[in-house]
Design a protein around this ligand. Sequence first.
Ligand code: ADP
Length: 222
Amino acid sequence: MSLIKVQNLSLSYHGHPVFEKLNFEVNRDDFLCVVGPNGCGKTTLLKCLLGLIKPTTGKIIFADNLDANEIGYMAQRHHIDANFPASVYEIVSSGALGQTKLFQAYPRQRIQDALKALKISNLAKEKFGHLSGGQQQKVLLARAIVATKELLILDEPSNNLDYRSKRDFYRILRELNRDFAIIMVTHDLDHHNLVGNRILSLDHDNPFFGTTAEYVRRVHAH
Ligand code: ADP
C-alpha cells in the first residue's frame, strides 16, 4: 500500500484551472521531485497534500497510519532577519508542536536525534538569525523531521544555496530518504544535482510522472 495515492486531482482558483486530473502515488521509500515552470501549481499541490487547500475534484488517499498533521513541511525560504531572537534549539523544537500524544512522549529525544542527523548539535544554542543560509536550511529541515515519522514535504529547499551547500544539503536528503519518504519541489534538474527516484512534472507542455531515469531518457530524446 502506498503512503499517498492521488487520484484525478484537479484544482482551480476562481474558476481558473491550475492542474487537472493529476494521478500519482508516493511509496514509503520514494524521493519524488516535483518540477515545472513557475506558476504551474507546484506549491498549490503541496498545500493540497498538507490539507491546507481543498482540491476542486479528485482524491488524496493517505495510508492508515499517516495523518496530514504528521507531515514534516519545509516552506519556501524567506529572508530571516539577523536579529530574529529564537535559538536553533527553539526553532527545531517547534516542529513538535501540535502533534499527537504518540510524539509528545519523546519530544526531547526526537529533537536531539534531528539535530544529530543534520550534524548541527553544536549549533543548538546559536541564534538562528546569525547562521549562514546553508545552516539555516539544515535547522528548518531538522524542525520538519521532528514533526514526522514518515514523510517530508519540502518546497524548493535548495533555493539560494551556493553549489557547495547545495551538494551538502542533497547528501543529507539522500541519507534521510532511508528513514522518510520525501516530496520535494525543485528547479535543480541538471544532471549533477539530480536527486530522487521519481519525478512529477506539472509542466502543461511536458506532463510526466515516472522514474527519474525515464524522465532523463525523455529529455535526451527531445
Ligand atoms: P508554482 O509553485 O509552480 O510556482 P503556484 O502553486 O504558486 O505555482 O501557483 C499556481 C498558479 O495559481 C499561479 O498562476 C498563481 O498565480 C495562482 N495562485 C497561487 N495561489 C493563489 C491564490 N491564493 N489565489 C489565486 N491564485 C493563486
